[in-house]
Structure formats: C-alpha cells, structure tokens
Design a protein around this ligand. Structure first.
Ligand SMILES: Cc1cc2nc3c(=O)[nH]c(=O)nc-3n(C[C@H](O)[C@H](O)[C@H](O)COP(=O)(O)OP(=O)(O)OC[C@H]3O[C@@H](n4cnc5c(N)ncnc54)[C@H](O)[C@@H]3O)c2cc1C
Ligand SMILES: *[C@@H]1O[C@H](CO)[C@@H](O)[C@H](O)[C@H]1NC(C)=O
Ligand SMILES: *[C@@H]1O[C@H](CO)[C@@H](O)[C@H](O)[C@H]1NC(C)=O
Ligand SMILES: *[C@@H]1O[C@H](CO)[C@@H](O)[C@H](O)[C@H]1NC(C)=O
Length: 496
C-alpha cells in the first residue's frame, strides 16, 4: 500500500479527487430506527462520565465513523466513545442482550467494508490514548485508540521503540490484533511477537489482563485473531533501544521499472543483514507507472553496498528523501494520501526471484490499462521482502502465522477508485490479478497453497483456513469458550 506522498504531479491529481465526503450514502442526516435510538439512549444512561454517546448531528460522530477509505465507512445509529474498560463492558452487555449490530474501530485503516463500521452502534476507541513507558520492565502500555505515530512520538525521548507500523497514520489496534509487519521485523519478529499483555473486555463484559501465564489460550488467540475474542483497550509491548536510522522514500520515473526490478531481485537474493529492510511499490496512477522504493537501515549511517543499486538509478527526488533521521521522522515522511474507495488482497511467497518480479510488473502494466477503462484511479503492487528467519524471534505459538517453520512474506495488492458502481468490478479485478500472480508463483516454486495469507491484507471473504491453517480448530474452541453467546458475531470481520 505504500503510495508515498511528497510525490509530484501524482499526488496533486490523485489528491484532488479525494475530497472529504465521509460516506457515499445519499442521506445527509442519518435517522436511525426508533429501536436503535432507544438502544443508544440506554447505553448513554448506563455509562460513567468518562464516556459519551453521540448522534449523527455531532462532530464526534463524524470522526468516530470515519475511515481511511470511504468505502470502509457506514452511517451508524450512534457512536460510542468509551473512556474505561468497565464502560466498554456495560455497552457489550447491552449490545449482546439486545442482539444489536456494532463495530469496533481503532485507526480505521481496514480496507474491508463492514470490518470496523456498522449501521448499528459504532464503538470508537479514541479515548484510550495513554502511553505509559516503563523503563524498569522495558515495556510500554498504550491505548487501543492510538495510531503508531503517537506511540513513536512518546517513546522517542527515551531512545526506545516498538515493533509497529511502517507508514504514518495506521492504527495500533487492528494492526497488532492481525499480526504486524514492521521495519524492525527482521530483527524482532512481528508486532504480536512482542506483546506482553492485552487489557481485554471479554464479550460478557468482564475486563481482564491477558498474559501468557494468566490466560494462555486467549493470549494465543489474540495474536492474529482480530476482533473475535472481545474488545482490547490497552496493549503492553516489549521495547527495544532505538537510535537514529538511515533511509527514506525514492520516487522513480516510469522508465526505471526494469532497473528497479533488477535491484529488488538482487536485494532479496543478497541481503543477510536484519537491520536492512525495504519495500518496492509498483504504483500506477491513471495508468501511468509511478514506481517508489522505500529503503530503511537501522543505524545512523548508510550501509555498505546493500542499497547502492537503488541509489544509482536516476530518481525524481535525486539527492533528497534518503537521510539520517529519527525513526519517527522516517515513518512520518511515508505519507499515503487517503483515497476514496479501496480494496486490498494478498498471498504469501517464499521468494522474489527476478522472473517472478518481472511477471508482477507485466501483470501490473496490463491491469493498469484494463482497469483504467473502469475508472480505477490507483493500483499498487507491493513487494515487501523479509529474511527467512522472520518468524524465529518468538517460539510461542500464535493464531497467525499458523506455521513458523519456514519464512514467507506477504505480497500485497491495493486498488483505489472513485465510484461505488465499480465496487464489484474492482473487487473482481483484484481477485483476478492476485490469482494470476499466485498461480505463477506456485508453478515456479515461490509459493504454495498452504502458505498462510496475512489477515490484515486479506480481502473480506478470504476463507479462515487460508489465514489460520491448522490453528483453526483450536481457535474455534477458544472462541466458543470465551464467547458462548457469540456477541462478537454482531460485529463484522473474519468470524471464527
Ligand atoms: C496505509 C496503510 C499502511 C499499512 N501498513 C501496514 C504495515 O506496514 N504492516 C502491516 O502489518 N499492516 C499494514 N497495514 C494493514 C493494517 O495492519 C490494517 O489496515 C489494520 O486493520 C489497521 O488497523 P486499524 O486499527 O487502523 O484498523 P481498524 O479499521 O480500526 O480495525 C481493523 C480491525 O480490527 C478490529 N479492531 C480494531 N480495534 C479493536 C479493538 N480495540 N479490539 C478488538 N478489535 C479491534 C476492527 O473491528 C477491525 O476488524 C496498512 C494499512 C494501510 C491502509
Ligand atoms: C465472564 O466470563 C469470565 C470467564 O469465563 C468470568 O470469570 C466472569 O465472571 C464472567 N462475567 C460475567 C459478568 O458473567
Ligand atoms: C491491567 O493491569 C494494569 C497494570 O497492572 C492495571 O492498571 C489495570 O487496571 C488492569 N486491568 C484490568 C482490567 O484488570
Ligand atoms: C472492465 O469493465 C469491462 C466492462 O464492464 C469488463 O468486461 C472488464 O472485465 C473490466 N476489467 C477489469 C480489469 O475490471
């Protein structure tokens, strides 16, 4: 999804089309049914002063229902901003008893419609915004309403960091509950590998702290199992010391596709240094290639050789963009302007050989022309290489990935468009392009049907066994024990 900003003409033309219409629904003021209205009133009169319920006329409501992509937003009957785990519990009990649909939103970055939005009660976690660093235990506890930028900003003065998001603005909650691929993953694993505790409001309304020793089953299930087991209010993560880093975003002209592809294949084949990470984004705006590469090295100085090939390719922002800076500054410069309608899809690979990358470019080029006719504004094929050792940093099992015995990498595809009438066409197109490339990768020994798909990149109807594999029966057992009434089934998302 890396569509880095600063970009030139591209951002101007794409950005102007963005507008900030919150939803594509024709109603200007949403009027919920009487029943839902009463339900919202009931929550409002049951909660403490730390929390509030808002109707469609309020500014808070608009903020609470809004998402990064408009296609992930729905008009809720009301929004609820809980300020304490107890109030989350009160609401969950009322919602469960009345069988009212609801949604939980962290940073609102899911591309899947209905996963963190609803026409029932929108729970927005924004009041859980504390960041509490504990130097003695080298951990940090932070609220589920934050974006990673907030956590990085709070930790920077202590020269420590967490394994979190790679670009600006992404929510901590969905990211962490789904897995979490970071610039630091080659060194420390996924975000879930660094979680020490979750503060969880169980579906029956009781709040508990979940650790590996206190509730091993729920701890396992929350590591990749998203919103199936309750509502998380706070995360406690391990911290790592963090100095200045070297890196940045490089924008290339359309004519550099071949050179970038060769440089990427060479990086994947040669890099052994866990401090080095990169993303090659094959972006297309209105059919025109806008390749972008982000390079990262976890030390103040440019590493020997690893990135030389990328630096030698003439760039549009030659000489600027890549520098020594703080980790937070680096993430802040990777700004992806919010598009309108969006969809992601993904499969996993064990390698990125030159022929495979060339096949990706060939496919992306042809899709860019094909979908142009159907008003798809923006296409992104993201190559996110990791070392084969990325899953060895933690030995305890987690819901995702179901198999840690071999290294694999999520390959992510992201399309953005303007008009709701094209939703189906574009969703079919992204499935088609994924299948084409997955077939190629499997036929050429770089993927197989058993490699788990990353839940946070997977399209909404991805079968659960494709993401959770052999863990699925255990996850279903835990789900039954934690949520016998299936309260969380009233919220959208991948359902166990
Ligand atoms: C621009 C962009 C960059 C990204 N970069 C990366 C990346 O570098 N690495 C990576 O791994 N992924 C990345 N992603 C994917 C990202 O992990 C998902 O989009 C994730 O859903 C974002 O979390 P959120 O809190 O913003 O989402 P939301 O839309 O708020 O929530 C997503 C899901 O989590 C559930 N949820 C949210 N809060 C809670 C809670 N408190 N308790 C229980 N369930 C909850 C929601 O119900 C929903 O099902 C990126 C996505 C985008 C759009
Ligand atoms: C919710 O479930 C937990 C664990 O099963 C239990 O300890 C707790 O008492 C339950 N809470 C309520 C309100 O029933
Ligand atoms: C979880 O632990 C923290 C720190 O010990 C504590 O402040 C908090 O109240 C606990 N939450 C619950 C729900 O027990
Ligand atoms: C574009 O639209 C045409 C006509 O509706 C359709 O036949 C074609 O499959 C679409 N192509 C893509 C890539 O969506």
């Amino acid at each position: 999804m890396v569509r880095a900003a600063l970009a030139f003409t591209a951002v101007a033309s794409f950005g102007s089309a963005v507008g900030r219409t919150l939803v594509d629904d024709k109603h200007s003021v949403y009027e919920p049914s009487l029943l839902l209205n009463e339900l919202c009133q009931k929550i409002a009169s049951s909660i403490s002063d730390a929390s509030d319920v808002y109707d469609a006329a309020s500014v808070n409501y608009l903020e609470d229902i809004s998402h990064w992509g408009v296609s992930s937003t729905q008009l809720a009957a009301c929004s609820f901003e809980p300020g304490t785990p107890e109030d989350v519990g009160i609401a969950l009990r009322i919602l469960g008893e009345t069988q009212t649909p609801f949604a939980v939103k962290g940073g609102g970055h899911t591309a899947n419609p209905g996963f963190s939005s609803t026409t029932g009660v929108q729970i927005a976690m924004s009041r859980f915004c504390d960041v509490d660093y504990n130097p003695a235990t080298q951990t940090v506890t932070f609220g589920a309403g934050l974006v990673w930028d907030d956590v990085y900003a709070a930790l920077e003065p202590y020269e420590v960091n967490v394994v979190g998001g790679r670009v600006t603005g992404v929510g901590v909650a969905g990211f962490t509950l789904g897995g979490g691929y970071s610039w630091l993953t080659n060194q420390h694993g996924l975000t879930i590998d660094t979680v020490q505790a979750y503060e969880l409001v169980m579906p029956n309304g009781t709040a508990i702290n979940v650790t590996e020793t206190s509730s091993p089953d729920i701890f396992f299930a929350l590591k990749g199992g998203l919103n199936n087991f309750g509502i998380v209010t706070r995360f406690t993560l391990k911290t790592f010391s963090q100095g200045q880093i070297w890196g940045g975003v490089i924008f290339y002209p359309p004519t550099s596709l071949d050179e970038i592809t060769k440089a990427t294949a060479n990086f994947v084949a040669r890099n052994k240094d866990p401090k080095a990470a990169m993303i090659t984004s094959y972006n297309y705006l209105a059919g025109v290639p806008e390749p972008t590469v982000i390079i990262f090295y976890d030390a103040p100085n440019m590493p020997d050789e690893i990135f030389d090939e990328f630096l030698a390719i003439p760039a549009l922002n030659q000489g600027i963009g890549v520098s020594t800076r703080s980790y937070f500054d680096f993430v802040k410069c990777i700004l992806i302007p919010p598009p309108r309608r969006i969809i992601f899809d993904s499969f996993s690979t064990t390698d990125y050989s030159l022929p495979f990358l060339e096949r990706i470019v060939e496919e992306a080029n042809s899709m860019a022309i094909d979908t142009l006719l159907n008003t798809t504004t923006f296409l992104n094929y993201d190559v996110e290489p990791f070392l084969p050792t990325l899953y060895t940093h933690n030995k305890t099992p987690s819901a995702y990935p179901p198999d840690r015995t071999r290294g694999f990498m999520p390959f992510e595809i992201y399309f953005a468009w303007e008009l709701p009438v094209f939703d189906q066409v574009v969703q079919d197109a992204i499935r088609g392009t994924k299948e084409t490339l997955q077939k190629y990768a499997i036929a050429n020994g770089q993927s197989d049907a058993n490699l788990a798909v990353y839940p946070n990149y997977a399209i909404f109807d991805t079968p659960l066994d494709k993401m959770y594999g052999a863990n699925l029966p255990r996850l279903r057992e835990i789900k039954k024990a934690v949520d016998p009434e299936n309260v969380m089934g009233l919220a959208g998302g991948f359902r166990f």
